[in-house]
Design a protein around this ligand. Structure first.
Ligand SMILES: *Cc1c(COP(=O)(O)O)cnc(C)c1O
Length: 461
């Protein structure tokens, strides 16, 4: 299995090189050359298996010769050993035909741990074998950064720099990034929004001299290995609810489009997913795209679901690639329109029809989100974080069996949950002392050159 760029440039790479590089050299994202298929019997055969075994079977065809089967199994076991639920990603019924898929049982209480813990294991194994080091640089709207730091802290083969928007992440998210004391961990508060952070990271990767000198690696949601690891729980959930004989829909609280794209990957592999529902907060570029075909940037408005406060959805490029017959030139043109003065593009009718053949969308204002949190607390007794409430709100409005992804623990966003319900969610035991741990905060301007100098200065390589 090899991976090509969504913009058509460069030679195809094997799994491990695509994982270590993160972003293709032409600025595009890696996608597999073809989709491995699982037939109905193979999918039915997943029922009742452990999460780790399903993960192995789903991901195996994508990794080629990167890891021997036994070694890959060990990496998967280690990745999920620290989760605080035996099932890793349990389902909770919240309505007659609606379930919450709890993805927040990892060390930083958000779904990003599911992929990041595995990426940490795979990076360490690959770099140790190669005798190589990397500098991981990433932008975060909150949860990616804490999950990445948790996965890479203390690792010999990597320094990790995470740029987050100053003052725009929750206190729990910030503390998870600023309290690890390991020398290879650097959390940087950038004076700007998430898109400024992401633009700085992209600019560093597009500076090939800097990229090579620092051996930059990305573990953002654009990393193919992350998408792949996230496709696993679509299988575990669908099979638990009766797939392949019963098609299931998924409603996904969406920001960078990584999580829902993983559902699309599962569907391409043969999992009978009915609808994929893009659920957004008022930063709704993707909802507007599905409704009108116009993909247009607008300013970012801060919300109670900050991990979805974005105006550019990086992984949408991967879907655009398929919507345009996998023609890199067409995607490169659209991305130029998006980043240029036009600030967007309009999908052709054909591309829009294909998008709508797979995806629905829903959008929730802040008062609607608060109402949903309150409603689910009253009806189920459970507290859901604002992101999860958005996914579940879209799920409950959809007919047929539908799973809403619960992407973070309520205690990660306690103020919003308390405001909506009058109940303050408590942190799980293993994080109870988070508010007492000492923080290290570095504030920096949203200036790529400044940030590059900072990284050169602080990296151990
Ligand atoms: C990252 C994140 C999202 C959005 O996921 P994408 O893959 O960026 O679409 C939703 N909810 C939470 C809690 C997150 O951390």
């Amino acid at each position: 299995m090899r991976y090509t760029s969504t913009r058509g440039g460069g030679a195809p790479l094997h799994f491990e090189d695509a994982m270590l590089a993160g972003l293709a050299r032409d600025g595009g994202l890696f996608v597999p050359e073809s989709w491995p298929r699982m037939n109905a019997d193979e999918i039915a055969g997943l029922a009742g298996l452990a999460y780790e075994e399903i993960a192995f079977r789903v991901m195996r065809p994508f990794i080629g010769g990167a890891f021997a089967d036994d070694a890959f199994r060990v990496l998967i076991e280690r990745a999920y050993a620290g989760f605080d639920h035996r099932l890793r990603a349990p389902l909770l019924q919240v309505g007659e035909e609606t379930w919450a898929l709890e993805l927040h049982h990892g060390p930083t209480l958000a779904f990003k741990d599911v992929a990041m813990q595995l990426i940490g294991q795979m990076f360490e194994a690959a770099l140790t074998r190669r005798g190589a080091r990397v500098t991981i640089v990433g932008a975060t709207s909150g949860d990616t950064g804490s999950a990445a730091i948790e996965a890479f802290r203390g690792m010999e083969a990597a320094d990790i720099f995470i740029l987050y928007p100053h003052g725009r992440v929750s206190e729990v998210q910030r503390r998870q990034m600023t309290t690890p004391a390991e020398a290879n961990v650097h959390a940087i508060a950038v004076e700007g929004d998430f898109d400024d952070c992401q633009a700085a990271v992209k600019a560093m990767f597009n500076d090939h001299a800097f990229r090579d000198k620092m051996r930059l690696a990305a573990v953002n949601s654009i990393n193919w290995a992350r998408v792949l690891a996230q496709s696993v729980y679509y299988f575990t959930a669908a099979v638990a609810l009766g797939a392949p004989s019963r098609p299931i829909s998924f409603a996904v609280p969406t920001g960078n489009f990584g999580d829902i794209y993983a559902g699309y990957v599962a569907k391409r592999m043969g999992l009978p997913i009915d609808r994929l529902i893009i659920a957004t907060n008022r930063n709704d570029i993707l909802h507007r795209t599905v409704q009108t075909g116009a993909h247009e940037k607008r300013g970012v408005a801060p919300t109670t679901s900050p991990s979805m406060d974005i105006q550019v959805s990086s992984n949408f490029e991967r879907l655009l690639f398929d919507l345009h017959d996998r023609e890199g030139e067409a995607v490169a043109r659209l991305m130029r329109d998006l980043t240029g003065n036009q600030g967007g593009f309009t999908l052709s009718q054909g591309a829009l029809d294909r998008l709508r053949a797979e995806f629905d969308s829903a959008r929730f204002d802040e008062d609607e989100v608060a109402a949903l949190i309150g409603r689910f607390a009253a009806e189920t007794g459970h507290l859901f974080c604002p992101h999860s409430a958005i996914g579940l709100g879209a799920a409950i409005a959809h007919s047929g069996p539908t799973v809403g992804l619960a992407t973070a623990h309520a205690a990660k966003f306690p103020d919003a949950v308390e405001a909506a319900t009058g109940r303050r969610p408590a942190l799980p035991e293993h994080m109870a002392d988070l508010y007492e741990r000492e923080e290290r905060i570095t504030v920096a301007p949203a200036d790529t050159d400044f940030l590059k100098r900072l990284i050169v200065e602080k990296a151990r390589a």
